[in-house]
Design a protein around this ligand. Sequence first.
Ligand SMILES: Cc1cc2nc3c(=O)[nH]c(=O)nc-3n(C[C@H](O)[C@H](O)[C@H](O)COP(=O)(O)OP(=O)(O)OC[C@H]3O[C@@H](n4cnc5c(N)ncnc54)[C@H](O)[C@@H]3O)c2cc1C
Length: 394
Amino acid sequence: MTRSEFVKVCGLLGVSLPFQSFFTSCSNDDNGNPIDSSESVIIIGAGPAGMAAGHLLAQRGVNFRILEASSTYGGRIRHTTTFADFPISLGGEWIHVANSILPEIVNNPSTQITTQTQGYSNQDPVGYFDGNTLTMSTIGATGGETDLKFVGSSWLDFFETYILPNVQSRITYNTPISAIDYTGDRVTVTDTNGQTYTADRVIVAVPVKILQSGMVTFTPSLPSEKQNAINSVSVWGGFKAFFKFSEEFYPTYLAFEDSQTEAGQKLYYDAAYAQNTNSNILGLFTVGQQAEPYQNLSGNAQRDYILNELDTVFGSNIATSNYIDHVVQNWNEETFAKGAYIVDHEDWRKVRTLGESVANKVYFAGDAYTDGEDWSSVHTAARSAKRAVQEMVG
Ligand SMILES: Cc1cc2nc3c(=O)[nH]c(=O)nc-3n(C[C@H](O)[C@H](O)[C@H](O)COP(=O)(O)OP(=O)(O)OC[C@H]3O[C@@H](n4cnc5c(N)ncnc54)[C@H](O)[C@@H]3O)c2cc1C
């Protein structure tokens, strides 16, 4: 859901080695001139932004390498295919814009995109629980919903099908970067094992929470305006849970009094919506303060807290008695994410500053580093990658 749509639903309800040799010695350019195909680019992070940036560089014939901290690609669009007979998105799930974003990311008119998406119907039921009473309504009556679901796939599947083939051979895994030195003509990045990698330019595509944590140092220091924006931007923590039930006793969306506040968000939703499945899977999406009660628990206590909450809303012990299985994802505990995303009500000027390149050598791509118009989503991550590459390549 986009920020404004969430408000609608809730509010209207009342509510180096191989790599170093890979690169040839290149001409340098720190005067703002476009990169040419003899130059090389290091991309740090193989989430949607890093993959999208690599894909666009590959299309332009520019030499690049993606250095990824973890053992796989995808970042916060991770999914699981073992919990149900369709992919369950543990992070980014909905398409917050028209599905023309998919060909926009692929950026190649001759590629036929077969990914299926589906929107919501105005007749879909929506519940609102005020702490005492459950009131039922419909999506139409609460202002409509424009978000799209993937049908039988996910954001990760989309990237695996259309983007990854162009970048996969260029990704080096298990390579957490800890330092970026852009003092000289070229950029040298160092991983946590002390291995160094050199290129003409670098695209930083790691979550802003990673930069806030100080995991990656910059030499020389980033301009103070940039560093201040990094330090002061507010990032919500995030948690998702998926519960499998023997009966579908819940509506398409279930909102609460605190579903949308400046402190965070919380919503239950039918995660099997639009899927070709007989499984009944209820999702819980929550960020910020609203996520904390769940994040503070673990194991059976966490499971029972959620079941009790649902029993309180729907009565008759219905969640507990229909419970089959569940899976949770706490993004605060992910070493290479450390949280969910920048808060919705952040100052757009700060986000715009985050998106600006430094010294024509250090570029930023990702859901935190946009033009300030929108942020915190897969499509904004992909668009910021395009912006960084366009700025670099001209
Ligand atoms: C709970 C939750 C729900 C969400 N729901 C939606 C939704 O419905 N729709 C939507 O569009 N978006 C949603 N999002 C946001 C979406 O997932 C992100 O905007 C998107 O994944 C950002 O992509 P990115 O490439 O900028 O960052 P990431 O996906 O975080 O990728 C960054 C990559 O950098 C790597 N990395 C980190 N540190 C280092 C390092 N030091 N060195 C090397 N590599 C490093 C990471 O391992 C990761 O692979 C959600 C996110 C969360 C957490």
